[in-house]
Ligand binder design. Structure first.
Ligand code: NAD
Ligand code: ZN
Length: 254
């Protein structure tokens, strides 16, 4: 049946979250769609318009100018002006209330941090940092820096966005923290992720194998749903997360 999350499901999820002493959020591009950032996959996704090969690491090194012309358009025209939506804010609020320990995000848009989240593991890096490929100096991608492509470091070398390209390994710190979360969490709250991107998609699966309950928020089913999800809260992330917060508040008062 194709229905939105029911009141009973929302109440059940809220009570699981209130009882858990170690909850982890795991987010994908879906949480940022309502902030105006399109996902990669799906009919309106970026890969329906662009060649994913543009994010191959080898291509970046062999032709940084052409690669930068596309990524500047893809990621730097709207990422910086995008604002966190109610779902990012709800997760940050859960963290403040002690109901959420940390967020593992596959997103590179910095919106969790902008929304007030404190412990965020950037599984795929962050577009709002540019790093020199030689001396590792870090820059913010401001307009002036991006006026001439590729942007360059003071040392003369090319700057690369600090998110991972195809062919790059997951940042060690984020991977370790995510594995720790997967091995120890009582509840995983997945928001807006297809479960198709590896190795990220393996993290909630490991959590489930180690005994975590899985609550999933998505407008539709994902690869996670039949495999590991205990409660699917169907609907847009902002609406579902706001309803979930309202349920948590109500149960806290009772
Ligand atoms: P993904 O795994 O991130 O999946 C997107 C999921 O979001 C889909 O399951 C879709 O049904 C769901 N969704 C769409 N709108 C939603 C909404 N309003 N509320 C709740 N769920 C919603 O897949 P992808 O887009 O192919 O991304 C691939 C990788 O690239 C991921 O690591 C992703 O995080 C990253 N990416 C990041 C950004 C970003 O930083 N905002 C944007 C595009 C892709
Ligand atoms: Zn440099």
């Amino acid at each position: 049946m194709d229905h939105e999350a029911t009141n009973q499901q929302l109440a059940d999820a809220a009570s699981i979250l209130l009882e858990s002493s170690y909850t982890v959020a795991f987010t994908g591009a879906g949480i940022s769609v309502e902030s105006g950032i399109p996902p990669f996959r799906g009919s309106d996704g970026l890969w329906s318009k662009y060649d994913p090969g543009i994010l191959e690491l080898d291509r970046f090194y062999s032709d940084p100018k052409t690669t930068w012309e596309v990524i500047a358009q893809l990621f730097y025209t709207f990422f910086q002006s995008a604002q966190p939506n109610a779902a990012h804010l709800a997760l940050a609020e859960m963290e403040r209330q002690g109901l959420l320990c940390e967020t593992i995000t596959q997103n590179i848009d910095n919106l969790h941090q902008k929304g007030g989240a404190k412990t965020v593991h950037e599984f795929h890096g962050n577009a709002l940092r540019l790093m020199c490929i030689d001396c590792q100096t870090c820059y913010r991608p401001d307009k002036q820096l991006l006026q001439q492509l590729p942007p360059r470091c003071k040392c003369g070398q090319v700057l690369k966005p600090d998110f991972i390209f195809f062919g790059e390994v997951i940042p060690e710190k984020a991977l370790q923290a995510s594995m720790h979360a997967a091995n120890n969490a009582e509840v995983f709250l997945i928001v807006g992720s297809t479960g198709e991107v590896f190795p990220a998609a393996q993290i909630p699966v490991i959590a489930k194998e180690k005994g975590a309950k899985i609550i999933e928020v998505n407008i539709t089913t994902s690869l996670f749903t039949p495999k590991i999800t205990d409660i699917l809260l169907k609907g847009k992330a902002s609406k579902v997360m706001s309803s979930l917060m309202a349920n948590i508040k109500r149960l806290k008062k009772e």
